[in-house]
Ligand binder design. Structure first.
Ligand code: 5AD
Ligand code: SF4
Length: 375
């Protein structure tokens, strides 16, 4: 019996698929690279932009023929897309050959649901409004010499464009002792060079449970563990990146000198409309602190172009910021309207042509900076 997992979206999902793989192997399935050979196919979906959702819809739809050929094939759709109740309903109705549709908060129950499906054959749809920690889900690590470790789940920030807080729920930090034990086990295998800590906003680790301490303390405790490993983390919200974290980063050789620090826009007006809670002046101040202590730090960022109300002048400010910071990498996205978010209802939505032009301009700028850096 063979399984095949299709993963969309961020590193969080990549790691979640490692947990799904473990569940499937506990049920005696073996992995296959070839979807056509699979007895069970799992789509771990992403909802961050419309494009990701459309790709998933297309690829799920394409399975109809395979299901016709193999009536026993089990198809599961889970992840952020199906944590939106209306989308879950739509997938269940549109694709009658899909067997199990669950949201992010029901993943812990996947093993039971697959067993139930095998015994009573009925289609399953499960939705839970909010979630809790599930330490019993362990990963079958498949990301080469990098080991992902969740330190927290969810997001409390409600950036006005973003669907994540709606599909991942409120911030929940794992217990520090559980994180340290997982990392000790990873080190003991001698199979991984880097450990990457994961959270929507790792800098707010412990805010929901002060007894766990802060993110900078967690970083230091991990660095204090014996072993030959490198440590990195994502994602950091500029409003929460503390001086202590910068300090711990600079003082510990185990921490890689790289930071992904999404700025989203170079215009204070747009940052305010995005509910980002920092100014460009504050952001540049952090960049200065980072570079003062770690002159060769590799900085990368996310930028959204075409947020509602973004004028040429706002976009110019983003370009100016990019020229000032001279990033080592930029992920530039065209704003995508997400249902249920505040920005969905904002006036002055930007047309697609303008978004394309702006994203291309940024990518050219990034290339130019890269070429200059390489010389
Ligand atoms: N449209 C476009 N990009 C988005 N991101 C988040 N939500 C949206 C959206 N609605 C981007 C942000 C974030 C990255 C993971 O995805 O830049 O940092
Ligand atoms: Fe989305 Fe903002 Fe949370 Fe990041 S911090 S997941 S962009 S709401």
């Amino acid at each position: 019996m063979l399984y095949h997992i299709v993963t969309y979206g961020c590193q969080m999902n990549v790691h979640e698929s490692e947990k799904i793989a473990n569940v499937l192997e506990e049920l005696n399935y073996q992995p296959t690279e070839n979807r056509e050979d699979a007895d069970i196919i799992v789509f771990n979906t992403c909802a961050i932009r419309e494009g990701a959702e459309n790709r998933a819809f297309g690829n799920i739809g394409a399975l109809k023929q395979q299901k016709k050929r193999n009536k026993n094939l089990i198809i599961v759709v889970c992840g952020c897309m199906t944590q939106q109740k209306d989308v879950q309903e739509k997938i269940f109705k549109t694709f009658p050959f899909v067997d199990i549709v669950i949201g992010t908060h029901n993943l812990y129950n996947l093993k039971t649901l697959i067993s139930r499906k095998i015994t009573d054959r009925k289609r399953i749809k499960e939705y839970q409004e909010s979630g809790e920690l599930h330490e019993e889900l362990i990963a079958k690590r498949t990301s080469g010499d990098n080991a992902w470790v969740n330190i927290m789940y969810g997001c409390n920030n409600f950036c006005t464009y973003c669907i994540v807080p709606y599909v991942r729920g409120r911030e929940i930090s794992r217990k520090k002792s559980d994180i340290l034990n997982e990392i000790k086990d990873i080190i003991a295998t001698n199979s991984y060079k880097t450990i990457t800590l994961l959270g929507q906003n790792v800098n707010s680790y412990g805010n929901d449970d002060k007894t766990q301490g802060t993110f900078s303390e967690l970083l230091q405790d991990i660095c204090n563990l014996d072993g030959d490993f490198k440590l990195t983390f994502m994602t950091s919200h500029p409003k929460d990146l503390s001086d202590e974290v910068i300090d711990v980063m600079s003082k510990n050789d185990k921490i890689l000198k790289e930071l992904h620090l999404p700025v989203q826009s170079g215009s204070n007006k747009i940052l305010k409309a995005m509910n980002r809670n920092y100014t460009i002046e504050h952001y540049l101040d952090i960049v200065k602190k980072l570079r003062d202590k770690m002159p060769n730090i590799r900085l990368t960022t996310d930028i959204i172009v075409g947020f509602p109300g973004e004028t040429e002048e706002d976009f110019n400010q983003t370009c100016e910021l990019v020229k000032k910071v001279r990033y080592d990498g930029i992920f530039a996205f065209m704003y995508s309207k997400r249902s249920g978010t505040v920005a969905e209802k904002l006036p002055n939505q930007i047309d697609e042509d303008t978004k394309h032009n702006r994203v291309n301009y940024l990518l050219d700028l990034e290339k130019e900076i890269k070429a200059q850096k390489e010389n």
